[in-house]
Structure formats: C-alpha cells, structure tokens
Design a protein around this ligand. Sequence first.
Ligand SMILES: Nc1nc2c(ncn2[C@@H]2O[C@H](COP(=O)(O)OP(=O)(O)OP(=O)(O)O)[C@@H](O)[C@H]2O)c(=O)[nH]1
Ligand SMILES: [Mg+2]
Length: 224
Amino acid sequence: MSASASTSQPSTSANVGAGAKSHHLLEHNEEKNSVVIKVGMVGDSQIGKTSLMVKYVEGSFDEDYIQTLGVNFMEKTITVRRTTITFSIWDLGGQREFVNMLPLVCNDAVAILFMFDLSRKSTLNSVKEWYRQARGFNKTAIPFLIGTKFDTFATFPRDEQEEITKQAKRFAKAMHASLIFCSTSASINVQKIFKIVLAKAFDLKCVIPEIEGVGEPLLIYHDV
Ligand SMILES: Nc1nc2c(ncn2[C@@H]2O[C@H](COP(=O)(O)OP(=O)(O)OP(=O)(O)O)[C@@H](O)[C@H]2O)c(=O)[nH]1
Ligand SMILES: [Mg+2]
C-alpha cells in the first residue's frame, strides 16, 4: 500500500518534461521541440539499477545499498541540436513483492533496460522471467540487456568471464536486444547506454564504436 503511494508523485511529474499543457510525445515549445522518452529498468534486487539511474541523472555514486521500495522515478533533460529531450527513467525495486508495479514501469516505455549483475550469474538467468513479464505489458519497447558491475567482473578469471559473456550474448540475441556491459562505480558506458537508447528511439546515426571482445565492456547494438 505504501508502495503505491510512493508512485503517485512520479506519475504526476512525468509530464513536466513535455510541458504542463500537453501529453503529446512531441510538441512545439517556443520554436524548440520537446520530446519525452520513458525508459523502464527491471532486474533482480541489488544489481545496481538505482545506482545507474542516479549516476546518469546526478553524476554521483554511493557504495551503500538502499533497497528500492516500489518504484523510483527520475528525469534528466538534455539538448540535442534544437531539441529538448527528457529521459523519464522508471526503476522498479527488484524484490519479487514489487512485481505488481511492473506495469507502471513498462507501460508506454520507449525502451526497457533488462539488467543483471555480471558478478552474479543467477541474476542473468532471472532476465528470462523479467523479459517474459515485461513483454506482457509492453510488446514494442526497445529492449536492452545491461550487465552491471563490470569493475568487479573484470577481476574474475578469464574462463568465468568467457562463460558469462557467452551466455549474455545468447540471451541478447534471443531478445533482439542491444548488449551493454557497464560499471557505475568506475563510470564505464553509463552515458553511452542513454545515447544508444536515444539513437534507437529516433533511428539516428550513432557513431559510438561497438566493443565485442571478451574481457572488454561490451557495446553491441548494431543489427540487433
Ligand atoms: N562494484 C560495483 N558496485 C555497484 C555498482 N553499481 C551498484 N553497485 C552497488 O550495488 C549495490 C546495489 O545497488 P542498487 O543500485 O541499490 O541496486 P538495485 O538494483 O537498485 O536494488 P533494488 O532496489 O533492491 O532492486 C549497492 O551497494 C551499490 O553501491 C558498480 O558498478 N560496481
Ligand atoms: Mg533500487
């Protein structure tokens, strides 16, 4: 019950980026175009969803874990040429008890980040179930498979890295998802995730080079 109360705030502020008068995705605002892109984040508990969102929006990182109770929501506005783009980021607490709030995060999302912790293999297996459930609410969102905590993963023995990388590639292929490994604490690929989301959402040319080698922070997003 308290969890649903915490989400009423986000849903009202969700339209701020689009201007108070209108709910349209695209509108004219004193000769500038404004666009809102809703991005949903799902995945098991403690994999670093909230950390990634906070890092992208506020630039900060906290080592302490604060469990997300229900749904978190943040906005970040950037300007590309003469267009104002507001990322509206919705982050679902990974504990199973919050799964009833999955529609809040998935409905109308342009992209969904399916996230797992590269240093905990079970969290990658869970992606299957997160994907199945999220797709039930949103069949058109652009899917991303995001492996977190690359800093920790990079210290693993080579064979373990290879195995997880192989499985992640397999999953990404089956999901037709872009695959990105990132580290919030070491600031690896955090900005790039959202740049690629934007490029995919508007079919823009993206010049970020792909990275495909084992042991590297993967960025695979062409032809997926
Ligand atoms: N080493 C390392 N730790 C990280 C990274 N990102 C997050 N963490 C840590 O992982 C823990 C969990 O992070 P959260 O962002 O709270 O995880 P969450 O997925 O939001 O968890 P729930 O809210 O329960 O779903 C925290 O202690 C973070 O500091 C990272 O890139 N590297
Ligand atoms: Mg969280």
